[in-house]
Design a protein around this ligand. Structure first.
Ligand SMILES: [Zn+2]
Length: 215
């Protein structure tokens, strides 16, 4: 899991979702009440499986030489309250954070959004770092919502997935649609997709699309 989480941080760089040391990926260790997360303040070039840190679901450091990411409490809160979640990602990616700065959900006006998010990408509350406020805002917004990403107001993106890779994919797709819908807005009003078509697209992509897993 240290290897997987370390490697996935390189994807945040590859897709231009992060600058400096901002942003982080975590992955739940299957069968344990533990997760692996980025160390605080270490640059992306220096991330290795060895310097990833292991925390318990209260965000306490269990194993590692470095202090865990300053966003660890938010990740831990999600893992405690959403047992189906196996990965969490946080970025300040530019276009998605611009929607967050306005407190505006990204409307579902692209089939790719219907596929991946099943509707709009919602806004979560304004919350300060330091206690469980960010984690609570993520969970309150995403529980019962199809979207695997939330735009925390005035802050940035938190995404979740069944594993860390799936949460990274949601973060990448969130920025992609945030950018396209922003561009669409420049020359007019994007056309909404009817709800029953969104439902059909979401169902197909989630249940039929891609390679079938071997039985
Ligand atoms: Zn942040």
């Amino acid at each position: 899991m240290r290897q997987i989480v370390a490697d996935l941080h390189a994807e945040l760089v590859r897709y231009n979702l992060v600058v400096w040391t901002a942003g982080n990926v975590s992955g739940r260790i299957p069968g344990e009440d533990l997760f692996v997360i980025k160390p605080s303040g270490v640059s992306y070039d220096e991330l290795t499986p060895e310097n990833m840190v292991v925390c318990d679901l209260d965000g306490n450091l269990v194993e590692g030489e470095h202090a865990p990411s300053s966003d660890t409490a938010a990740h831990a809160y999600v893992y405690r309250n959403m047992p189906e979640v196996g990965g969490v990602v946080h970025t300040h990616s530019t276009y998605a954070s611009a929607w967050a700065a306005r407190g505006e959900a990204i409307p579902c006006v692209l089939t790719a959004m219907a596929d991946e998010f099943g509707g709009e990408i919602p806004i979560g509350p304004f919350a300060l770092i330091g206690d469980d406020s960010i984690g609570q805002g993520i969970v309150e917004t995403l529980k019962g919502h199809r979207s695997k990403a939330v735009l925390m107001q005035n802050h940035g993106v938190f995404s979740i997935g069944k594993d860390a890779k799936s949460a990274v994919k949601a973060a990448v797709m969130c920025e992609d649609v945030a950018r396209t819908v922003h561009v669409a807005r420049q020359l007019g009003e994007p056309l909404p997709i009817p709800q029953d078509d969104i439902d059909r697209l979401y169902d197909r992509y989630q249940n039929v699309y891609g390679q079938r897993s071997p039985r």
